[in-house]
Design a protein around this ligand. Structure first.
Ligand code: CA
Length: 226
């Protein structure tokens, strides 16, 4: 699950990022409202953690524009202010949860868990299946009949994205953003490299499933004998 943190206090933002990553989430950080809105609108985030007092654009405006653009991503608002009026405004703008600073780390992780429970499709299932393949989350493995291969974290995330988006073409840009995030220096060829790793593993498994390259567009998962 990928989380966007929009928080201008650099140290707090870094602490939140560490905390979320320790809890198994992937987290990206923005330090002002405008870039927060741009990133949130990309649609690659499952949860947005949004501060209220932000440079360039305040959190309420970010949230209003996000909802106006049709985004339903769960939003957890953070604020140093604890007035009831602020909480009401936040909830009216479409916030799903409100947390007043200072908060305990476990309060925040509990909120994030609650938000991901609210959107059941965000909750990762134990195993995902496609064709003759099973992606086993607990073992970080791809399984086909009696064969199994261990996947690295990135390979696993890539396999998961391809299986979840079966029947659709995933562009290189989408894969790059979903797997490496915005701040990364990763380039298009990182995607190609990991696609080739995953293809080798599919061959090793003797799976009938193939990763098809759509020239100039991206990739899609194919089961030739559905
Ligand atoms: Ca702030």
């Amino acid at each position: 699950m990928r989380i966007l943190i929009v928080e201008d206090e650099v140290r707090l933002a870094a602490t939140l990022q560490d905390l979320l990553e320790l809890n198994g989430y992937t987290a990206d950080v923005c330090h002002d409202g405008e870039s927060g809105l741009d990133n949130a609108l990309s649609g690659i985030y499952d949860v947005v953690i949004l501060d209220v007092m932000l440079p360039r654009m305040d959190g309420f405006s970010v949230l209003r524009q996000l909802r106006a653009a049709g985004s339903a991503a769960p939003v957890l608002m953070l604020t140093a202010r604890s007035e009831v009026a602020d909480r009401v405004e936040g909830l009216d703008c479409g916030a799903d949860y409100y947390l007043t600073k200072p908060f305990e780390p476990r309060e925040l992780t509990a909120c994030v868990r609650a938000l991901s429970r609210r959107a059941p499709d965000l909750r990762p299932p134990e195993a995902l299946e496609f064709g003759d393949l099973t992606l086993d989350r607990n073992a970080f493995a791809l399984v086909c009949a009696d064969r199994s291969v261990h996947l690295s974290r990135k390979e696993f995330d890539l396999a998961e994205l391809l299986i979840r988006n079966r029947g659709q073409i995933l562009t290189k840009e989408t894969l790059l953003l979903k797997l490496w995030g915005y701040d990364s220096e990763a380039e298009d060829n990182h995607v190609e490299v990991y696609i080739s790793f995953l293809r080798k593993k599919l061959e090793h498994l003797r799976s009938r499933v193939k990763i098809r390259t759509i020239r100039m567009v991206g990739y899609t998962l194919e089961d030739p004998a559905p």
